[in-house]
Design a protein around this ligand. Structure first.
Ligand SMILES: C[S@@+](CC[C@H](N)C(=O)[O-])C[C@H]1O[C@@H](n2cnc3c(N)ncnc32)[C@H](O)[C@@H]1O
Length: 251
């Protein structure tokens, strides 16, 4: 059964609302649909964890998810957003995507690889593949390993970090936003700009703040957007607004 797609509600822009997020020196969390995003080439990293997928389970805590049955349809949805996000990357930019596969009826259902295959159709290719071993295994339907996919719209480019990151046992368990902060430090310099097209409750924005980078996050679900507002209430330089308003000036 297909979930009804939420229509983001309009809110008036706040007093410090600036149209071009990155030049403003603030983080931005924008309500809207990332399938329509079209910022100019200004980001150093796209860092994101795509929506939840399960063949039969709907869980509103995970925000909006495009399809609850068909992994190929789901992958095409995610890859379309990632391909659009890739167009916002500057010349040295990468996409870094975190995705956990699924346990379903005793079987391991791959979800990360179908996303990679769909990305290839958009000429966004896998350049590195890391594994994040999550020690605290809290979910009955996801394995304890998360794929960390490094993708690039340019072939033959690899980040200058090793394929296998060794971390002693004591540090293997990261909670968001710590895993995002680790990846931000590995993949970008201080002051870099980061885009999260599936920002959810805003962990990537929090990680960007904690590591001295600037982030723009986009979220389609009103509920998740409100959770991001709550999570980021202590962060001084974050602006909440509408994707449509923000993009009008950069068409
Ligand atoms: C796995 S969650 C992200 C979790 C995130 N790291 C956090 O800090 O909560 C994926 C999010 O993508 C959102 N989403 C799904 N489709 C979207 C779209 N087309 N545009 C923007 N957000 C979308 C979902 O509502 C969900 O909140």
């Amino acid at each position: 059964m297909r979930l009804k797609e939420p229509t983001p509600k309009k809110t008036p822009a706040g007093p410090h609302y600036v149209r071009d997020p990155i030049t403003s020196g603030s983080h931005f969390v924008l309500r809207g649909d990332s399938r329509k995003l079209h910022f100019r080439k200004q980001f150093d990293l796209v860092l994101t964890s795509p929506p939840f997928f399960h063949p039969s389970r709907r869980d509103p805590r995970h925000g909006y998810t495009p399809s609850t049955r068909n992994v190929l349809e789901y992958s095409a949805y995610v890859a379309a957003v990632l391909a659009r996000a890739a167009k916002t990357l500057g010349s040295n930019g990468f996409l870094c995507v975190l995705k956990t596969d699924l346990w379903f009826q005793g079987k391991h259902i791959p979800i990360a690889y179908p996303i990679v295959e769909e990305c290839c159709r958009h000429n966004v290719n896998l350049i590195s593949h890391w594994i994040w071993q999550r020690r605290a295994h809290f979910s009955p339907y996801s394995p304890a390993f998360t794929h960390i996919l490094l993708l690039s719209p340019k072939s033959g480019r690899r980040p200058s970090v090793p394929d296998v990151i060794y971390q002693p046992n004591a540090t293997l368990h990261f909670q968001e936003p710590q895993i995002f902060a680790t990846l931000i430090r590995l993949l970008t310099e201080e002051g870099a700009t980061i885009l999260d097209p599936f920002v959810g409750t805003g962990a990537v924005v929090e990680a960007a703040e904690n590591t001295g980078r600037l982030a723009v996050g986009i979220e389609i679900s009103d509920t998740q957007f409100r959770l991001a507002q709550r999570r980021l209430q202590e962060v001084a330089n974050v602006v909440f607004g509408e994707l449509d308003d923000c993009q009008r000036s950069v068409k």
